[in-house]
Design a protein. Structure first.
Length: 366
């Protein structure tokens, strides 16, 4: 059985996946739409159109505290899921308008984006993860897709700590007030950029243009067992996409001369021109992987795989996702959130970004 839900503007597909059947089904179709209210907004307080990642804490009764990121912003937004409702909450600014001296590690410099350098602006946030009381948000770590320029602000990984109620806390666990100014309790680092630049197999594609040179681009992250897994949309080499794994403590080390981190590059045989759009830990050494076009290949479908990180050579295909449209424009699958994981069943949310419909209904399921 597969149940699909779609939210107006922000498209969310919710699937019950029976793992005993493999493959599950092709072209999962949406069942209903539901309203996100109050709406998710960007840094200019307009309705967010480019939601690119989401992660949630474990449920607290009937609700879940989550964080979403809009890829053209400097902030992340808290949201609450209650049943079939998604409620937009307050913002937390992750980076400022200028580089901060507090960002850990050296700035990335050996970047070959074809059209030069752009100003420090937005995070280009693509991946969100939650683990051990921290939310993590990653920039794309790649050349700007529209201008093919190097934007330093896109090469940042951020994290902040929360309590059991999803409130931002300090190191002592005391809730703190958050504001639209950069919060002092957000840690930011350039160290993931250095890991990617020097990583085997994928390092030569760091700082190159995505569409022209299969340039390296982070599209999702997960954190498990003290390690961060960066999911790469590109490069795709010989039908293989890649995860890059590194210790979280190495990424946020304030040692000015830390030892070289132990990096693992994990190739996944997912298909021709098929990159990774997001991934989520299942909590047992396996990951749910959302796949899609490495660049803009229209014939490459969006799909779901399961990967056992101990033996990743044979990813298990689950399903392809049917086309989801708003006002005649196809949405792009951008993120996944696991709601429930059992031995024979998964319940997941798939996030699409898409143009907003001309009229958003006030409330209620339809």
């Amino acid at each position: 059985m597969s149940r699909l839900l779609i939210a107006a503007g922000l498209v969310m597909v919710c699937c019950d996946v029976v793992l005993a059947k493999a493959p599950l089904v092709a072209d999962l179709e949406p069942l209903r739409k539901f309203q996100v209210e109050p709406a998710l907004t960007d840094d200019d307080e307009e309705v967010a159109r480019d939601i690119s990642g989401m992660a949630c804490m474990p449920p607290a009764g009937a609700t879940r505290s989550c964080v979403v990121v809009n890829d053209q912003d400097r902030s992340a937004q808290f949201v609450t899921i209650e049943g079939h409702r998604m409620i937009g909450g307050h913002k937390l600014q992750l980076i400022g308008r200028q580089p901060s001296d507090a960002i850990i590690g050296p700035e990335p410099r050996e970047v070959e984006c074809s059209d030069g350098k752009a100003k420090f602006k937005d995070l280009d946030g693509e991946g969100v993860a939650f683990a051990e009381s921290h939310f993590y948000i990653s920039g794309s770590h790649g050349c700007s897709r529209n201008s093919n320029k190097f934007r330093l602000s896109s090469f940042i990984l951020a994290r902040f700590r929360v309590d059991a109620q999803g409130r931002v806390v300090d190191r002592d666990g005391t809730p703190v007030e958050t504001s639209r100014s950069v919060d002092q309790h957000v840690e930011t680092t350039y160290r993931l950029a250095e890991v990617l630049r020097t990583a085997p197999q994928v390092g030569p594609f760091f700082g190159k243009v995505l569409t022209e040179n299969d340039g390296l681009n982070v599209e999702g992250i997960a954190v498990a067992e003290g390690r961060l897994f960066a999911a790469l949309r590109a490069p795709v080499l010989k039908r293989k996409a890649f995860l890059v794994s590194v210790s979280v403590s190495d990424l946020f080390s304030r040692d000015p001369s830390p030892p070289r981190p132990k990096v693992r590059v994990i190739p996944l045989q997912l298909g021709k021109k098929t990159g990774i759009r997001d991934l989520a830990s299942l909590g047992d050494g396996r990951f749910l992987v959302l796949t899609g076009p490495a660049q803009e290949q229209k014939k490459v479908p969006y799909g779901l795989f399961i990967v056992d990180i101990a033996s990743p050579d044979s990813p298990k295909f689950l399903a392809t996702l049917g086309s989801v449209e708003e006002d005649g424009t196809r949405g792009k699958a951008e993120g996944i959130v696991v709601l429930h994981a059992a031995a024979d069943e998964l319940r997941v949310i798939v996030l699409f970004d898409s143009p907003l419909p001309r009229h958003i209904p006030r409330a209620g399921l339809r």
